[in-house]
Design a protein around this ligand. Structure first.
Ligand SMILES: [Fe+2]
Length: 316
């Protein structure tokens, strides 16, 4: 039997009945799109690995003479690409009558600055499993009203320890890519405030490119006068309400590594704030929204393209 890729077992099995009730409220758990399966370095030449995801078993094989990767499951061979040190698969759910052998409708994303050598790899972080549905990450970007209450306090990067007196003011927006219908953007400008007074020059902006169904998310952090950082946050559904979450980041060669880690760690601290919500909520098809709640319905209409069947329950 081939050795298993490290794909950590969940720490605790949630109560089956409560999870089943939650799952019933959600759309299809495995939308079509590009997903990260593993780091390239996890499989050497001539090696074979097993991986459990999308509720089934996959076999990954790397060639002996060429470095090519082949990925197969009981349904057959899958479209695969290897980009910026990650093994990606275009997944279609054959159990929802999708044709696994068809060409992907669009290529995997590439970061131009990584290809040109302007950005270099500065770190990776295996965040383990989160017991959530993948759509929740897309919903999060469109839910403007939660930013201030959930993400309004500055934390020591990589921790949940709040920094007294410092608040983060968010201003969020969401838009579609005019040409690539599988791409949308969430933009967030932040301004720091100490004891109610804005801190001159302390702030920045982040753009998140949702490339497909929240499986591959590309963050661009802009630090004024210093440079840019690109961070990939990927979600791989292991089971319907269980995502393997990974981060991988690249930065302008000239940005000090400590500053890069500070910026990424700030995001990780804020991301962790949402987990307790995502792991306990249900999905409402027709949420009652207030005027400042953000474009939740528009986002859902965009997201519908990734679901194996038109989800007729969402109003047009
Ligand atoms: Fe959030």
């Amino acid at each position: 039997m081939a050795p298993k890729l490290s794909n950590r077992r969940n720490r605790d099995r949630r109560s089956g009945a409560a999870e089943a009730r939650r799952l019933k409220t959600y759309p299809h758990p495995y939308p079509s799109g590009w997903y990260r399966l593993a780091d390239s370095a996890a499989i050497g030449r001539g090696e074979v690995r097993e991986l459990e995801c999308f509720g089934r078993e996959f076999i990954l094989r790397r060639g002996q003479t060429s470095s090519e990767i082949e990925i197969s499951s009981a349904a057959g061979s899958h479209s695969v690409d290897e980009v910026h040190g990650q093994i990606l698969i275009y997944f279609r759910d054959t159990e929802a009558n999708q044709d696994v052998g068809a060409e992907p409708p669009y290529p995997a994303a590439r970061i131009a600055e990584v290809d040109s050598g302007k950005f270099v790899h500065r770190g990776s972080y295996d965040a383990g499993r989160v017991h959530m549905h993948i759509v929740e990450f897309a919903e999060n970007g469109a839910d403007y009203a939660h930013f201030q209450p959930v993400h309004g306090r500055m934390r020591i990067p990589w921790t949940q320890i709040p920094i007294p007196g410092i608040r983060i003011n968010h201003s969020a927006s969401w838009k579609l890519d005019p040409e690539r219908k599988w791409v949308s953007y969430f933009l967030n400008a932040t301004q720091l405030e100490i004891f109610g007074k804005p801190i001159e020059g302390a702030g920045g902006s982040a753009q998140v490119m949702f490339y497909g169904p929240a499986s591959m998310n590309y963050f661009r952090f802009r630090i004024p006068k210093i440079g840019e950082i690109e961070m990939i946050q990927s979600h791989l559904p292991v089971r319907p309400l269980e995502q393997q979450v990974d981060f991988r980041w690249f930065a302008d060669r000239k940005i000090p590594r400590l500053l890069v880690s500070y910026v990424v760690g700030n995001w990780i601290s804020q991301w962790r704030r949402d987990i307790g919500i995502w792991e306990n909520k249900i999905y409402r098809e027709d949420p009652a929204l207030a005027a400042n709640d953000g474009p939740v319905y528009r986002m859902r209409r965009w997201y519908r393209q990734f679901l194996p069947e038109p989800d007729v329950r969402i109003p047009p």
